[in-house]
Design a binder for this molecule. Structure first.
Ligand code: HH2
Length: 277
């Protein structure tokens, strides 16, 4: 099967709906009682205008522990089976999970470790002619928020993404199939997250579509509430997504699909100055 390339597949803006099949996610812990429920919610996201849905079986929340590959597969496999034929990405950094998801029809692998945890993910993506998202993270989920440190967060994240892009291309993945993500909340302070969005043009200048995951992240909670508030509101998420769109982001990983689709459609219309593209 021929798959569309990233730029054909991801008109700007494109929304990716979050389907966490994990008991301990950032914002929607234990949301689904069954695989069928998760698949129904994913279908509703696609009907609401999501370009694809991102199915993940291992939480990457700060402080979270890794799960075994068997457990990760046990969580995502039934959901992916029910979503066969739909536009799906798989949020995994393991080749065994990526391979199974791609065999079940996933179009993209969203690897939050940018091929560092399991470099064989690259071969899985290349063999399937699939798309790939490479994300920046400093440290690992269990400890990454302990003491994030950068001289200049934007140039360090950009240099990292350029290096991982070159690695992926050298591993046989066409550049057209790769998008890049600054990794909001992954080993960064709230101010560093905001600085990354403020200067997103530096990441966009690398020349690949940029994905941002701001939805419900704790940085947004900190903007509005006290230090004890952990989950950002959907309105704050939409506002931040529009700010990222204005700075060139293409893909938006979100929980509340409809509000993002509507807001980003309006922002794109303003950018064009015409009602229809
Ligand atoms: N954020 C999360 C998970 N995967 N993938 C990309 N590419 N970018 C992100 O910003 C990103 C991601 C974490 O958010 P969430 O899905 O709410 O939580 P958890 O990982 O705990 O399931």
């Amino acid at each position: 099967m021929r798959r569309a390339t990233g730029n054909e597949r991801w008109p700007r803006p494109a929304v990716m709906g979050v389907v966490n099949v994990t008991p301990d996610s950032f914002s929607d812990s234990g949301r689904f009682g069954s695989a069928r429920e998760a698949a129904d919610v994913a279908r509703a996201m696609l009907a609401d205008g999501a370009a694809l849905v991102d199915v993940g079986g291992e939480s990457t929340r700060p402080g979270s522990d890794p799960v075994t590959p068997e457990e990760e597969l046990r969580r995502v496999r039934p959901v992916l089976e029910l979503l066969a034929g739909e536009r799906v990405s798989v949020d995994t950094s393991r080749a065994v999970v990526a391979r199974e998801a791609l065999a079940l029809g996933a179009l993209m692998v969203n690897d939050v470790t940018a091929l560092r945890r399991d470099p064989d993910v690259a071969a899985a993506v290349a063999e399937a002619s699939a798309d790939l998202c490479l994300m920046h993270m400093q440290g690992e989920p269990r400890t990454m928020q302990a003491a994030p440190h950068y001289e200049d967060v934007v140039s360090e994240v950009a240099a990292f993404l350029e290096e991982r892009l070159a690695f992926a291309v050298a591993a046989g993945i066409p550049e057209e199939r790769i998008c890049l993500d600054p990794g909001i909340g992954f080993g960064k302070t709230p101010d560093q997250n905001l600085e990354l969005v403020r200067r997103l043009d530096r990441i966009v200048a690398i020349g690949r579509p940029v994905l941002v995951g701001l939805s419900r992240k704790s940085t947004l909670a900190r903007v509005l509430g006290g230090p004890e508030t952990r989950v950002g509101t959907d309105a704050a998420s939409v506002g931040a997504a529009v700010a990222a769109f204005d700075r060139g982001a293409t893909l938006f990983r979100v929980h509340d699909v409809r509000s993002h689709v509507e807001a980003l459609a309006a922002a794109a219309a303003v950018e064009r100055g015409t009602v229809r593209a």
